[in-house]
Ligand binder design. Structure first.
Ligand code: DGL
Length: 270
């Protein structure tokens, strides 16, 4: 592998939810150049088949590799569940590949052995059973209770959080008996950090809400440090591409990413 610290980091998601992870990364690794791709033409991934998500992910990786990235972060739980193994094999030695599930599994296994942990995410993430498989493999006696919450991502993307609608939807989902008695709840979708406070409020802070964006950014920083691939301070460049452009997406980016973002349209599928 002939990678160098000066190359950018590539990040992708089905849309703009992955910007919550990109935001953390930018904060914790301020010297890294970044290329973000949101596949807005195919949003949401959570309801798509594994084969479709795999095909989209490979195309996006081609774009990111053509931009000479040193690492690719799949900043989407649905794509991490459906396509990480394939993408890792496909990318091979051309770049390092990370997902948003392994860092969280590692964190949970270290912090919550023997506990009952809840997980919410898209249908793709939950029905893939990937969190359960990985947590069980670690053998820490963790009991995972999973619930698909497909309304949450579109709700957040419409700007519905911290309002009556979001409180009602969150309450309805989290009251499901499957999540009874949990010690912590994994937010298994990169959109959910935006409703983390509402979720904590529902539990009156009795349940720890695990926001994966900080955990993932910490993991990627450590991995790049270990690989000797951290960039040195310079004026950084951040580029944001989407496969389908609407002004509404550009407006919504402001709620996910605090700096001003100007989206470039990159029609992958022509
Ligand atoms: N950001 C995606 C995830 O983390 C959810 C949105 C979607 O369904 O595309 O799973």
């Amino acid at each position: 592998m002939n990678l160098s610290p000066g190359q950018p980091i590539g990040i992708f998601d089905s849309g703009i939810g992955g910007l919550t992870v990109a935001q953390q990364l930018a904060q914790m690794m301020p010297s890294e150049d970044m290329i973000y791709f949101g596949d807005t033409a195919h949003l949401p991934y959570g309801d798509k088949s594994t084969a479709a998500i795999q095909a989209y992910s490979v195309k996006i990786c081609n774009l990111l590799l053509s931009q000479n990235v040193k690492a690719i972060l799949i900043a989407c739980n649905s794509a991490s569940a459906a396509a990480y193994d394939l993408v890792k094999e496909y990318v091979g030695s051309k770049a390092l590949v990370y997902n948003v599930i392994d860092p969280v599994v590692q964190h949970v296994c270290e912090q919550y052995p023997g506990k009952r942990i809840g997980l919410i995410g898209t249908k793709q993430t939950i029905f893939s059973n990937i969190f359960k498989k990985k947590i069980d493999e670690a053998g820490q006696g963790i009991e995972l209770r999973s619930l698909a919450t497909p309304l949450l991502a579109p709700m957040i993307e419409e700007g519905f959080f911290n309002n009556r609608i979001s409180v009602g939807v969150i309450e309805e989902y989290l009251s499901n008996p499957i999540l009874e008695g949990i010690d912590a709840l994994i937010l298994g979708c990169t959109h959910y950090p935006l409703i983390a406070k509402e979720i904590s409020a529902f539990y009156q802070d009795r349940v720890t809400v695990i926001d994966s964006s900080v955990i993932v950014a910490t993991y990627v920083r450590q991995a790049l440090e270990q690989a000797g691939l951290m960039n040195s301070p310079h004026e950084v460049t951040k580029k944001f591409f989407v496969s389908d452009f609407t002004p509404a997406f550009e407006n919504s980016t402001q709620i996910f990413f605090k700096d001003k973002v100007s989206l470039e349209h990159y029609p992958l599928w022509d």
